[in-house]
Design a protein around this ligand. Structure first.
Ligand code: 1QQ
Length: 384
C-alpha cells in the first residue's frame, strides 16, 4: 500500500523539484497591505490581485527565467504597522520593491522609509494628492482623486440635473480629507453651491446628527468623501431619515463592501474608476475569468489594479539585468519602471512624472482615464 502510494506521488515530487529548480533565481517582491482591520476589504482584494498575477507569470516561466517570490505582510491599515512592515520587508527580507500600503494615510507614513532606503514603494490603491511628492522612489498605478473627481462630478450633475449639493467627509484620514479638498475645488469650478459641509472621525458609526443638518438644507445630492464602511452606514442612515438623494463619492466607495452593508439603498451612487467589470477588452476578460476561477469570487477595482501592478513590475524587470548587488538592482528596477506601458485589466496604462514640489524630486503617477459608474441593483454599472 505504502509503496503504491510512493509510486503514485513520486512523479509529482520529481515534477515539483524540477519546476522549482527550473528557475534561475527568486525575485523577491514585498507587499504591505491591510489584511486585517477595517481596510481589509480593500487589502484582501489587492493581495488576491498580486497572487493571481505572480502565479500566472511564474507559470509561464517567470521573468527572464527567474521566479517572482511575493512576501506579503499585514500592515493592518495603520500608519505605525505600515512603517514596521516596510522596514521588515526592506531591511530584513531585502526585497527588490515594496507594493502598498493600502491607504494613502499609511503611505504618507511609510513611503519616506522606502525613499530614504532607495527602494521603490509602489502604491496600487493610494489616490490622495501628494503621494508621489514624497520622493522619486514612490510610484503608483492608482488614479488620483484629482484626476477622477472632476469627471465624476460633471457626469453626476448632468445625469441628475443637480443644482446644489451637501458634503460629508472624514476629517482624520489623508484620503478622505484630500478627496474633500478636491470635491470643494471641483464644485467651485463647476459652480455647484454647497448647502452644508459635515465631518466625522474614523470609526464613527452614528451619523444622524450630521445628516439631520444636511437634510434641513435640502440638497439635490450628497457628496461623500469616505471609506466604504462609513459610506455604507451614512447611506443607510440617510434613507432612515427619509432622504432620497443620490450620493457622489471617490475611490473609497468602489468596494463590494458598500453593497454588503447598504444593499439597494446604495443605488444611484455615482463613482469614478479606471476599471469596470463591463470593460470587455481581452486583458480584462482574461483577468476576470482567471480571478473567478482562482478565488470563486468576482474581482473589484483594487484586485484589478494590484494585478496590473504586478505585470507592470514584471515588464520593467524584463529590461533589468539582475546583478545580485541589491542596491544596484533596486536602482535598475526604479529606472526601468517609468518606461513601462501595458494593456492590462484596467486598460492601457503608462506612468506620468509627477510635478516636483519645493524643488524636491517626485515619483510617478498613473496616466489613465476614469470611467464614471452608477450603482444599480447593488452593483456599479457604467453611467451612460
Ligand atoms: C486611499 C484610497 C483608499 C480608498 C484605498 C483603499 O484610495 O487611501 O488613497
Amino acid at each position: 500500500m505504502q509503496t503504491r502510494h510512493l509510486l503514485k506521488t513520486l512523479p509529482l515530487l520529481i515534477a515539483a523539484g524540477f519546476a522549482s529548480s527550473a528557475f534561475a533565481a527568486d525575485i523577491k517582491l514585498g507587499a504591505a497591505e491591510a489584511l486585517t482591520g477595517p481596510a481589509a476589504k480593500y487589502g484582501i482584494a489587492i493581495k488576491n490581485g498580486f497572487t493571481l498575477a505572480a502565479d500566472e507569470i511564474n507559470a509561464k516561466g517567470g521573468v527572464n527565467g527567474n521566479k517572482i517570490a511575493l512576501v506579503m505582510e499585514d500592515e493592518q491599515g495603520k500608519k505605525e504597522e505600515a512603517i514596521n512592515v516596510f522596514k521588515k520587508l526592506i531591511f530584513q527580507d531585502k526585497v527588490l520593491l515594496v507594493f502598498g500600503p493600502t491607504l494613502s494615510n499609511s503611505a504618507f507614513a511609510a513611503d519616506p522609509i522606502a525613499n530614504a532606503a532607495k527602494v521603490v514603494a509602489f502604491g496600487t490603491s493610494n489616490t490622495a494628492e501628494g503621494i508621489t511628492n514624497m520622493g522619486p522612489w514612490t510610484f503608483r498605478n492608482s488614479v488620483m482623486e484629482a484626476d477622477v473627481l472632476p469627471v465624476t462630478v460633471k457626469a453626476a450633475v448632468k445625469h441628475f440635473g443637480l443644482k446644489k449639493v451637501a458634503v460629508i467627509y472624514g476629517n482624520d484620514d489623508a484620503f478622505t480629507k484630500n478627496g474633500y479638498d478636491v470635491f470643494k475645488t471641483t464644485l467651485e469650478q463647476q459652480k455647484i453651491p454647497v448647502t452644508d459641509t459635515e465631518t466625522y472621525a474614523k470609526g464613527d458609526v452614528d451619523f444622524k446628527a450630521q445628516l439631520t443638518k444636511i437634510k434641513a438644507t435640502n440638497p439635490d445630492a450628497i457628496v461623500c468623501s469616505c471609506l466604504a464602511e462609513e459610506a455604507a452606514n451614512i447611506i443607510l442612515q440617510t434613507r432612515a431619515l427619509g432622504m432620497k438623494q443620490p450620493f457622489i463619492g471617490g475611490n473609497g466607495l468602489n468596494s463590494p463592501k458598500l453593497f454588503e452593508i447598504a444593499k439597494d439603498a446604495g443605488d444611484n451612487t455615482v463613482m469614478g474608476s479606471p476599471w469596470s467589470p463591463e470593460n470587455t477588452a481581452p486583458a480584462n476578460k482574461a483577468f476576470m475569468s482567471a480571478y473567478h476561477a482562482k478565488f470563486n469570487a468576482d474581482p473589484d477595482q483594487f484586485a484589478a489594479q494590484a494585478y496590473d501592478a504586478m505585470y507592470i513590475v514584471a515588464d520593467a524587470l524584463k529590461n533589468v539585468k539582475l546583478s545580485g548587488d541589491l542596491a544596484k538592482d533596486r536602482q535598475a528596477l526604479r529606472d526601468a519602471l517609468p518606461k513601462v506601458s501595458i494593456d492590462g485589466a484596467t486598460g492601457k496604462f503608462r506612468f506620468r512624472q509627477a510635478a516636483a514640489k519645493d524643488g524636491k524630486p517626485a515619483g510617478f503617477d498613473a496616466d489613465q482615464e476614469a470611467i464614471v459608474n452608477i450603482a444599480k441593483g447593488g452593483k456599479f454599472v457604467i453611467l451612460k
